[in-house]
Ligand binder design. Structure first.
Ligand SMILES: Cc1ncc(COP(=O)(O)O)c(C=O)c1O
Length: 462
């Protein structure tokens, strides 16, 4: 039997002791900036640490009994950590998640065996559909359930006080001057504050806050007004978490979604670190802090989770464009509504001689319901799901027939200078407007393209 310190007994023993990397390609002024790679935890985020801590604590206190049900309100990463620990320890997990969270996280949670209940992300604390209120209620209704409540659970900050803090201190040989944190439950900030108060109370805690969150105002002015909304996931709040301890917090920075995304892309390009959206927020704030310092300091921040959870969002050019983050040149006409441009090879399309099975594969692969058929630079037809269905029931060997045999050729084209109301009328009639400029195909406008455009430009009917 193997019995050495190189082998772990189970996956949970690999939580923590994450690597520290210096960011050397960034402008850090007089300071040095280090990132602790929490994305390297087995569940892929900083939240694995608190998952094991809160479950161990609940077992010890008798609140969680064998075969019990763990309930939590979570933006995703805590859920992944809880699902991981619960798999090994044999508990059922029910998670209540706001509906703005990435599909990757939700898929992962379901695959790990957690039950996911999606709820509204547009309501605040006190509303019955607010994710935390809902989780608390569900926990009261299910027998043998334990509501983890990371926002009020002392075992959350304790995980950072007893593991994250000592690791940082050891990795920097005690030479740490500032730590930049985001605030979700505030467990990281509070736990590190408790730790550094004991070992090095002159460490400055710095908060990185998404634009729209209330934490920065609270830290700076001691008061805050209503929260806005933001895309960055896992950090930012519309209230002050009850466990928050700001006693070492010297400064807070507001970082926009755009700055966060730009920073996450930059860190991947220049440092080879695939970090999530909130890590972009933290690193952007950390760099601002570094550049403001008048003497050299060692500054630590976190890669809280991995960018692979955001491949369909922040790392997807179309998602960025649909949500107004990409700097496409605006033409002031219908070209601006086209999200995928033929001239940039972005349109998923077919050729007339392609087989119907190619059309079917592309629709499935890209999750789209219509495809233009292109000859040279001109659209010669369009094929949609109803054409496929019709071919399947009426042709002898449908998948080997060519697209040109079933495509619709009664195309509805518009020129870039036509009106938005024309686009709307065509979409309402069940057709897809094709934008053609002097004979050249520009792209299609789908209903969601128009909705995104109207929303982005705040064009609403009075
Ligand atoms: C994705 C993500 N989750 C959670 C946290 C920290 O949250 P908490 O305040 O709950 O410790 C961070 C911190 O930066 C984060 O980026």
């Amino acid at each position: 039997m193997l019995n050495n310190s190189f082998v772990n007994n189970n996956i949970l023993e690999t939580i923590g002791n994450t690597p520290m990397v210096e960011l050397r390609k960034q402008d850090t002024g007089l300071c040095r900036l280090f990132v602790k790679l929490e994305n390297q935890n087995p569940g892929g985020s900083i939240k694995d640490r608190i998952a094991i801590s809160m479950i161990n604590d609940a077992e010890l206190s008798g609140k969680l009994k064998p075969g019990g049900v763990i309930i939590e309100a979570t933006a995703g990463n805590t859920g992944i950590g809880l699902a991981l620990v619960a798999r090994i320890k044999g508990y059922k997990v029910i998670l209540v998640i706001p509906d703005k969270m990435s599909q990757e996280k939700i898929n992962l949670l379901r695959t790990m065996g957690a039950e996911v209940i999606l709820t509204r992300s547009d309501v605040n604390k006190g509303h019955p559909e607010y994710y935390q209120d809902m989780a608390g209620r569900i926990a009261g209704e299910i027998p043998n359930a334990f509501y983890i409540n990371q926002f009020g659970n002392p075992a959350n900050p304790l995980a950072h006080e007893t593991t994250t803090g000592p690791e940082i201190f050891k990795q920097l040989d005690g030479n740490v001057d500032a730590v930049v944190c985001g605030i979700g439950s505030s467990g990281t900030l509070t736990g590190l504050t408790h730790y550094f108060q004991k070992v090095k109370p002159d460490v400055e805690m710095v908060v990185a806050d998404p634009q729209g969150s209330v934490i920065k105002d609270f830290v700076t002015n001691g008061a805050f007004s209503g929260a806005g909304s933001w895309f960055v996931e896992g950090i930012g709040e519309d209230f002050i978490p009850p466990i928050a301890d700001f006693s070492l917090t010297k400064k807070a920075y507001t970082i926009s979604d755009e700055e966060s995304f730009i920073m996450a892309h930059k860190v991947l390009r220049e440092e080879g670190i695939l970090a999530g959206s909130s890590s972009g927020t933290l690193i952007a704030a950390a760099l601002k802090y570094c550049k403001e310092q008048l003497q050299p300091k060692n500054v630590v921040t976190f890669v809280c989770d991995s960018g692979n959870k955001y491949l369909t969002k922040m790392f997807n050019e179309f998602w960025l464009r649909d949500n107004g983050f990409s700097k496409h040149i605006q033409n002031g006409n219908l070209k601006d509504i086209v999200t995928r441009r033929f001239s940039d090879s972005e349109v998923i399309c077919l050729k007339p001689d392609d087989l119907i099975k190619n059309a079917y594969q592309k629709m499935k692969l890209y999750d789209i319901s219509q495809l233009p058929v292109i000859h040279g630079t001109s659209v010669v037809g369009i094929i949609d799901e109803s054409d496929l269905l019709e071919a399947l029931v009426s042709k002898p060997d449908p998948f080997c027939s060519q697209v040109k045999n079933i495509m619709a050729t009664n195309l509805v084209t518009l020129s870039p200078n036509d009106k938005i109301s024309d686009v709307r009328d065509i979409l309402s009639s069940g057709m897809v407007p094709i934008i053609v400029d002097k004979g050249r195909f520009i792209g299609l406008i789908t209903k969601i393209d128009l909705i995104n455009y109207l929303n982005k430009n705040k064009i609403f009917q009075e």
